[in-house]
Each structure stands twice: as C-alpha cells, then as structure tokens.
Design a protein. Structure first.
Length: 311
C-alpha cells in the first residue's frame, strides 16, 4: 500500500512517500480502505516535533494522521461487516497511522458514515466534531438558553461547535475576522465578534460558557466576559497556573481537555450529521500526492472549516 512516513520531526520535506505492507488486523479491529483523511493543527505540530510527537516518536515506521473515512475491507469485529462505510478518529492521542491507503482501526472508535454526507465530509467530522462534542456535551453540559461564546468560530473545531451549541438550544456568539462574519452567522450563530477590533475589558456581554480554541492571551480576554459561576474550556494551550488562579478569583471554572477516540461519541455525531443539525465545511481537498501542500495550507492558520486529503 501507499503510505507517508515521517522520517524525523521537521518541515514538510520530512514527509516521505513509501510502499508498505497492509496492516494486519487484530481481534476487535477492522481494515479500512481509506477514501479521505482530515488534516488538523495537531498533524502539523506533531510533524514539527510538538503536539503528540513525544508520544509516538519511537514508532517505526512513524505514520501521522488520525481522521479517516473509508470502506471496511476486512473485519474482526461483530460491529462492522465488509463493505460498510465508516469514519472515525483512530487511536488519538496515540499512533493513528492514518496517512496510508489502508488503516487497521479498533471498531469501538468508529461509526457508520451517514449516507447523506461524502467521504470528505465524514473525514472532516472526526477530531474537530469529537472535540466540540466532548467539550460541550460531556464537560460543559450546555443547556437551553445559555449564553455561549465560541472563539475562532470559522475554524475546524469552532464551526462545528457553533452548530452543536445551537442544536443544544444555546444562544451563540462566534469570534472570527470580519471577512468570515457571514460564514459564522451562516452557521447559525446569533451574533459575531470581530476579534481584531473588540474591547474585551469594557463590554457588558457575559457568557455562561466559553470555548477557547486559540489559547494564549485569548484566555485572559475570555475571563473578562465569563459570568461568575461560568466556565472556560481551553483546547490548545491549557490553562496555566496563573490563569487558573485568575479564573478562581472570578468564580469561574477554567480547564483544559484533550479529545479522545470514541465510537460512542462518533455514533452521536453521525446522528447529528444525518439529521442535518451539523454540517462540516470542507474548504479545500488535496489528493494524497499533495500531503505536503495540505500541511502548508493548514500551517497558515487561516483555514475556514476543514482541509481534507483524498485517496
């Protein structure tokens, strides 16, 4: 099979195309013929030696990637049969080995792909959708009529989180650059904040919950607008001790979450996709032969929705 290995951490030239034997499935796994792969910021960071590189650096061969959709070619699980169209995030935060024609994946990390979405859309609805779902449903327990702020609402996690929060009955505000305002409002956001020109310290707006997908000083900005008794989840950087102390002094719960592979959550996401409550936006699709270009596009940090790679 065709695969892409990471020889050593570094720039995109370190992604090397090779021929490998198909993976051998273990009990409880399925072999998937991959149709689409989704690219995330963690792919780029791990390639550079950050992200989860420390966890998987001793793997040989080291194959990046976690988000896939495809067709079951072999099954050693009662859950899926040969020919099933499936999608999921494989073994995150471990070794997913998604940059390949075939991937062996635990059946309990997958769900059936809804018929009304493409393989590209399915691959785009894995890590980002799981992150949004686990943050909003499992952790924040978003309730009807709560006031929710989603940062970087035009990005991967953000654009799914806006739709999910609306589905849960919240009033949603999304931040983005002004050029993406219409996109964010088109997702169902009730209001928009241009993060380039917003005075966080002197606004009267207050939120029950803030999803921070940016980190850094953005956490401080978020604390300015979070209600006493409210909460902030930070995804990229976590909350350092200083910010945690600031949050506590305001009576705000601030914490970091790391998304985890989950077939049960994928099934819930499949239902949301099937009903149309959530729809992923694929901004660009690259062929497998242009994985390096896909990484460079992701690296710009200006992606609207998701980047996918097709096989």
């Amino acid at each position: 099979m065709k695969a892409i290995i990471l020889k050593t951490a570094g720039d995109v030239e370190n992604l090397e195309y090779v021929e490998l034997a198909k993976p051998v499935t273990q009990e409880g796994e399925v072999l998937i013929k991959v149709k689409a792969i989704s690219i995330n910021p963690v792919d780029v960071k791990t390639r550079q030696g950050k992200g989860v590189y420390g966890v998987i650096k001793d793997e040989n061969p080291l194959i990046l990637g976690w988000d896939i959709s495809g067709i079951v070619e072999e099954s050693k699980s009662a859950e899926f049969k040969v020919g099933d169209e499936v999608f999921g995030m494989v073994n995150f935060p471990g070794h997913g080995k998604a940059y390949a024609e075939f991937v062996a994946a635990p059946a309990n990390q997958l769900a059936l792909k809804p018929k009304n979405i493409s393989f590209e859309e399915a691959a785009a609805s894995t890590l980002v959708a799981l992150t949004a779902y686990q943050a909003l449903v499992h952790n924040a327990n978003i309730q009807k009529d709560q006031n929710v702020l989603v940062h970087a609402a035009a990005g991967g996690v953000g654009h799914i989180a806006v739709q999910l929060a609306k589905h849960l009955g919240a009033k949603v505000t999304g931040t983005s650059s002004l050029k993406n305002k219409d996109f964010v409002l088109g997702l169902g956001a009730d209001s928009h904040i241009d993060y380039h020109n917003f005075d966080w310290k002197n606004t009267e707006e207050e939120f029950d919950f803030v999803l921070d997908t940016i980190g850094g000083e953005n956490i401080d900005n978020s604390l300015e607008v979070t209600k006493k008794g409210g909460s902030i989840i930070s995804i990229p950087t976590g909350l350092n001790e200083e910010v945690t102390a600031k949050a506590e002094s305001k009576g705000v719960k601030g914490y970091f979450i790391l998304v985890k592979s989950s077939g049960e959550d994928m099934k819930q996401i499949a239902d949301l996709l099937e009903s149309g409550a959530v729809k992923p936006h694929v901004s660009k699709a690259f062929p497998f032969e242009q994985m390096r270009e896909a990484h460079l596009e992701q690296e710009t940090g200006r992606t609207v929705g998701k980047i996918v790679v097709t096989l």
